[in-house]
Ligand binder design. Structure first.
Ligand code: ZN
Length: 268
């Protein structure tokens, strides 16, 4: 039995017995790890808030022989996912946890993916972009939450080698028109008129949405929050893209609509 130290992000915790939990972690050092945390949900548990959803923590995992669950013996909180009453940020966090679980496999370390995810958790729960000073409003606007999440999703696609083709045809590599593009969900991005013929799963994407996708994959992604109208189309493209990639729709994706359509007061 070996003991491994790792920095981890909590993706899931399911009850086990009266007070224990089976915890799914994305670790920097060992990839995805599932372990039993004994007494995790006991009052005054030694794990405290370290095993809350999307907590970033330092863990000690006891590796057991094949066939039995690893044991999570220590977890020290580094950063807590804390978004107050921001419904969009909660929805984005739940979606991110489900997405990371879906695109990773056990024991396949992807440190860059871990970094990206941990940074997103900090951004979603940190001070509002551009208002980093202490004591200022900490609530992100719905479009800001939306662009942080979309930027992260594009980063994840990059990490798993599935970043969509935007400038060139995904099949033949020819330069694409700058107006609307035919986006092949199965082909993995834009298709030229010749390659799109007879293809299934092709949606027409506006030039504005393509430009927005480019911006979202750059370091200036927060600027994309200034065009909330385009973000709805980009969100729809991303939902369909991941659904095709994974073969099912992520359960939490429907809650994301709240990050794009802020609830309006209805007159009584
Ligand atoms: Zn082509």
């Amino acid at each position: 039995m070996t003991a491994d130290k790792a920095q981890a992000l909590v993706l899931r915790a399911t009850p086990f017995g009266e007070t224990s939990a089976i915890v799914t972690l994305l670790t920097r050092e060992a990839g995805k790890v599932r372990g039993l945390a004994k007494g995790a949900w006991r009052p005054k548990s030694k794990f405290d808030a370290a095993l809350d959803l999307l907590s970033v923590c330092q863990v000690l995992v006891l590796r057991r022989s094949s066939g039995s669950l690893d044991l999570l013996t220590e977890a020290f909180l580094e950063h807590r996912f804390r978004v107050g009453h921001s419904q969009p940020a909660v929805a984005a966090g739940l979606y991110l946890a489900e997405l990371l679980d879906a695109v990773t496999v056990d024991a396949d370390p992807q440190p860059a993916m871990f970094e990206l995810a941990a940074r997103t958790v900090r951004m979603l729960s940190g001070p509002r972009p551009g208002h980093a000073a202490a004591g200022t409003d900490r609530t992100l606007t719905p479009p800001e939450v939306a662009v942080i999440l979309l930027h992260t999703e594009l980063g994840i696609l990059q990490q798993i080698g599935q970043f969509p083709a935007l400038d060139h045809c995904a099949e033949c590599g020819s330069q694409l028109d700058t107006s609307r593009i035919a986006f092949g969900m199965l082909a993995g991005g834009g298709l030229c008129p010749r390659c799109r013929r007879g293809k299934r799963g092709v949606v027409s994407v506006s030039a504005a949405a393509v430009a927005c996708l480019r911006q979202l994959s750059s370091s200036a992604f927060l600027d994309a929050a200034r065009q909330p109208a385009t973000l709805g189309e980009v969100r729809a493209v991303m939902n369909t893209f991941f659904t095709n990639l994974l073969g099912y729709r992520l359960k939490t994706s429907r809650w994301l609509s709240s990050t794009f359509t802020p609830r309006r007061e209805t007159p009584r």
